[in-house]
Each structure stands twice: as C-alpha cells, then as structure tokens.
Design a protein. Structure first.
Length: 440
C-alpha cells in the first residue's frame, strides 16, 4: 500500500528566486482545473480507500501538484540543461523534446540546452557522441516526425561516467525521457550526484508504449500507438471476412502488459479474441482456445484474433527467452506459434481456414504523435520544466486522474502496471469480443 513517505518529493534546496512566470499565477485557487502549489492531491480516490487508511486528513497519502511555482531554485540565466531519450520508441518523443526546449528558452530564459545522443551512451566518452545544441529554431518542426532527433539506445551505462559528463559540461538539470529502465538508470545517476554533493536536478518524463508504468494515466504516445494498431486489426477483419474460414491474426507490442491489445480492440470492435500476458489460456482440449476458435469460425465463417507479444509464453517450448541489452526479456514469437497451431488444429478437424498474419509491431510506435498526444507531450514538458526549475529531483512528472503531479522515481518503478484480469478494462474486452472468461 502506497504511504505518504513513498510520495515525498526530493528537492535540492529552498526556492528563493522569483519565477519569471510568477505574475501569471496571480491569485489562483485550487479548483477542478488547477491546484495551488501549497495544496496536495489525494492519492486514494474512493471513500473506502480513504476511509480504510484510518488516518487524519493531513496524514493521508497525497502527491505534490505539478505546475509553475512563484519562486524557483535555479537562476535561469546561469542554468545549463541536458535532455536524453532512452529505450524503445514511442510516438511523441520529439514533441516532449520540443516542449522542454520552448518552455525553458521562451518562458524561463534558459539559453543553454544540450541533447545527449543515443540514450545514456551519449554521456560516455568511448562512444564519441557529440552533444546537440537545442534551440527553438532546431526543435520547431521536429514534432512532425516520429522517433527522437536525439536517438536512443538500450543497455546499462556507468552512472559515475554519466555524472562525470554532467560535471564536465556544467549541467544543472537533466531531463530523462524513458520508461522503467530509464528511470532506474536515472535513480543511479541521482545517487552518484548525491554522493558527490552536486546540486543537479534529474526529472523524468515517463515513456512506455506498453503502458507498464504504474500509478499514472496512460503514457504519452499510447493513444497514437493504439490508434495505429486499430488499422491492423481492421485490415485483419477485412481479410478474414473475404476468405472462406478467414482468420485475421494480429500480434501487437506489449511485453508484460496487454494494454495496447485491449484498447485497440475496444476502439475497433473487430476482434473476436484478445490474448494478453496477464491472462493465461489453454490451447488444447474441448474448452481450449483452438477448439473455441474453430467452432467460432464454423459458426460465423471468420474470426479476428489479437495477441500481445508477451501472451501465451507458457506455450513456447524449448526456447530460452533472450534478453535485450537492458535486460528486458525477449519473448518467443507467440504470433507465429499460434498461426501454425491454428492451421494444424483446423486441418486435423477438416475445417477449412485461411490465416492472414499481421505483425505491425514497430509500425505502431514509430509514427508521429496524434494531436491529442502532441498536446499531452507539451503539457508534460511544461510540468517537467516547472518541477526542475523549482529544484525537484528524482521525480517523474505524470498525469494522474487529470491532475499533473510529481511522482518519486522509486515509486514509479516499484511495480509494473498490468491489465487487471478482474478489472473494468478486461471486463469490457470480454463483453466486446464475447470470448469466454477463460480457456481451460
Ligand atoms: N535496472 C537498471 N538499472 C540502471 N539502468 C538501467 C536499468 N535498466 C535500464 N537502464 C538504463 O535505461 C536505459 C533504457 O532502459 P530500457 O529498459 O531499455 O528502456 P525503457 O526505459 O523504455 O524501459 C538503458 O539503456 C539503460 O541505460
Ligand atoms: O525496441 P526493441 O529493443 O526491439 O524492443 C521491443 C520492445 O520494446 C517495447 O516497445 C517497449 O519498449 P520499452 O522497454 O522501451 O518500454 C516493447 O513493446 C517491445 O517488446
Ligand atoms: Mg521498459
């Protein structure tokens, strides 16, 4: 259970410098649409959860609100900023970079902003990467393209060497844009910064196409990627309906969390089955997936199956899962296995089928952000700049139940966000597809 201590935000010191944005803050109040900096946002949001704490109101777990402060820690005229993007792509990375640079330069007057290339390796001398000077002119149109102008990478780097680079360049604030791995890497960097007694703020903007970071609303880029995935699901439906015994089989990203598969299915109600890592399924037997699918195709003439890449790993025999450079598990190909098993099962029963296999994987995360995500990226970038200029560190900025908040990095990596098999989302998927609660 998340405690008040888990939500405590680290700061580099007192804020004594008037913010250039102070005049805009005026006499704001806490309303449905804004929170004053002295207020806090409850972590729990139901009567039973709040009541169950049995705590006085001022001890209830609560989050520090995001947003501009009247006074800031850093002197903008003397502040140097670094930005780095790490891990897998997600639509909107360039929008976040652009938002950071424009807010820093235009509204705080911070002029020295550099981008580190190709993830954390951009700090490490042996990779020989130069830094990229980031100005409004450089970033103005980068949001038209997917990917990240800085490049990204996987694979752990030595936090000591990262902080060496920060010291050599006199960086006062580092923005890290990445997922759980990046945030863990940032925590190592914060540890070394503390050991060296440096006053450097490290602020994260969480990025996860899989939506596997907990306690926050969806990551930026998730809506764009999910929308892109629906195109493949619809194409699978067209193919399935156009052939005798047509089966459209779509494999989507989602290493440990099946959110992309769930939401893209709900958006385009074409799928008859969704298989996700969080819900194991039996393949064989009268009540297994294969026989259920065969009967569905016999009844309706076609079917669409959406499978997250991390689903059904219990059926991948004899293949030791590999790991990527960051230690993330690389699963066996459940899509190709299912394709083979479906054809074999139908053949064994003399049921005609034509399987059309779709694997749009990278296509859904390498596209530019849609307008919603572009606006979301900009707002997250603004929140990140406000937090960093106010001396917050070892935090990610996130949107939680419509409010922008400062979330400590340790909490953000304390667990993984999963689809709850007993939750509303999965119930909606079962209702939309009509698939049984379990295949056993
Ligand atoms: N457990 C870890 N501890 C420290 N640094 C890590 C850890 N995992 C990943 N990193 C760093 O974060 C970067 C991105 O992590 P990765 O897992 O590839 O992507 P993501 O951040 O999107 O989850 C890696 O290149 C590595 O430098
Ligand atoms: O980009 P790679 O190294 O091929 O890894 C692909 C994996 O990256 C992901 O897109 C997630 O990336 P992150 O680990 O950066 O969150 C998974 O959905 C997918 O399995
Ligand atoms: Mg990750």
């Amino acid at each position: 259970m998340v405690s008040q201590e888990d939500l405590a935000v680290r700061t580099l010191g007192p804020c004594r410098i008037d913010s250039p944005l102070a005049a805009r803050l005026g006499e704001r109040q806490t309303t449905q649409h804004s929170v004053v900096e002295e207020d806090r946002i409850l972590f729990d949001d139901t009567i039973s959860m709040v009541g169950g704490r049995g705590l006085p109101i001022d001890q209830l777990p609560s989050l520090e609100p995001g947003g501009p402060r009247k006074q800031i820690y850093f002197d903008p005229a003397k502040t140097r900023v670094g930005i780095v993007t790490c891990g897998g792509l997600c639509p909107g990375l360039n929008d976040v970079i652009r938002g950071l640079v424009l807010e820093l330069s235009r509204h705080y007057g911070v002029r020295r902003i550099v981008g580190f290339r190709n993830g954390y390796r951009g700090f490490i001398p042996r990779y020989g990467e130069d830094v990229l000077d980031l100005t409004p002119e450089v970033v103005m149109d980068i949001d038209d393209e997917g990917g990240t102008i800085l490049g990204t990478s996987r694979g752990e780097q030595d936090a000591e060497e990262v902080v060496d680079a920060l010291e050599r360049l006199g960086i006062n604030i580092l923005f890290v844009i990445g997922g759980d791995g990046t945030i863990r890497g940032a925590m190592d960097v914060v540890r070394v910064i503390g050991e060296r007694g440096l006053k450097v703020a490290v602020v994260g903007i969480p990025k996860t196409i899989d939506n596997d970071i907990p306690y926050i609303d969806q990551s930026f880029g998730f809506q764009t990627a999910m929308a892109e995935a629906t195109k493949s699901i619809h194409a699978a439906s067209v193919e399935a309906r156009s052939a005798p015994g047509g089966i459209g089989l779509v494999k989507l990203m989602g290493r440990h969390s099946g959110f992309i598969a769930c939401y893209s299915t709900l958006a385009k109600d074409d799928a008859d089955y969704v298989l996700i890592p969080e819900v194991p399924f039996a393949l064989d037997g009268e009540r297994g997936f294969l026989e259920h699918l065969r009967r569905r195709v016999e009844d309706r003439g076609h079917a669409v199956v959406v499978v997250a890449e991390g689903a059904g790993q219990e059926h991948i025999q004899g293949e030791e899962p590999g790991r990527d450079a960051s230690g993330n598990i690389r699963f066996g190909d459940i899509g190709r296995l299912l394709r083979r098993l479906v054809v074999d099962h139908f053949d064994a029963h003399g049921t005609e089928t034509n399987v059309r296999y779709f694997d749009p994987s990278y296509a859904i995360r390498s596209v530019p952000a849609n307008p919603f995500d572009s606006a979301y990226c900009l707002r997250l970038a603004h929140a990140a700049v406000h937090a960093a200029m106010a001396g917050r560190t070892e935090v990610i900025v996130a949107r939680r139940r419509r409010r922008f908040v400062h979330m400590p990095m340790p909490l953000a990596v304390s667990r993984r966000n999963h689809v709850d098999p007993m939750g509303d989302l999965w119930l909606s998927v079962l209702e939309a597809t009509g698939q049984p609660v379990r295949f056993e």
